[in-house]
Design a protein around this ligand. Sequence first.
Ligand SMILES: N[C@@H](CCC(=O)N[C@@H](CS)C(=O)NCC(=O)O)C(=O)O
Length: 201
Amino acid sequence: MKLFYSGNSPYARRPRIAIREFDLMDRVEELDVAPLNTDGHILFGHGPGGRVPALLTDSGTFLCESLIIARYLDEVTGGKLYPSETAARELSFKVEGIGSLLMDSLFTRAHENRRDPSEQSPSERQKEATRAGRIYDELENLVDQFGGNVDMGTLTVAASLGYADWRHADDKWRDGRSKLAAWHDDVMMKRASVSETYPDF
Ligand SMILES: N[C@@H](CCC(=O)N[C@@H](CS)C(=O)NCC(=O)O)C(=O)O
């Protein structure tokens, strides 16, 4: 398999962490395809999206969207990416959903921040900043429940918080959220899968 990614993409970091965490390094070749959206870019040879992450399977199927890639890698590993027990599995899905919401919100705001000032929408930025604040708080409340788990739920939250460190340092998401901060900094960042893929900035 080939995984197409770009350096600090939080979406691509999800499968990149999973590949390291669930012993897929010898089965997946990672290809950094930055910069994206250039004329004749390799991704356009496979499909219309041009986004990372994307996975080319061994049988030649091109998969896009991080959630689909996680589902596929879960199948490939015989179910290693999510717990099998029902309650734990539902918690993992719940946490993955919240982590995904955070990623989308942070990414939207970062995109907005980088637009030409004449095109920026202060109300959109505010809406997403408020949403991110609510999600950080929810994660602080939930971390006692999920903190000991290593699955696509917790790995997605780690990827989102790392992106917040890079693009939204002003959020200061650790302030007043000591349990979430300790989980990210002292538990997740101790894992090679998480520290090796942390954004470079
Ligand atoms: N919903 C997609 C989002 C992926 C995404 O937006 N990736 C960004 C990089 S972080 C990208 O490829 N941007 C290039 C573009 O939108 O043309 C997923 O979950 O995989």
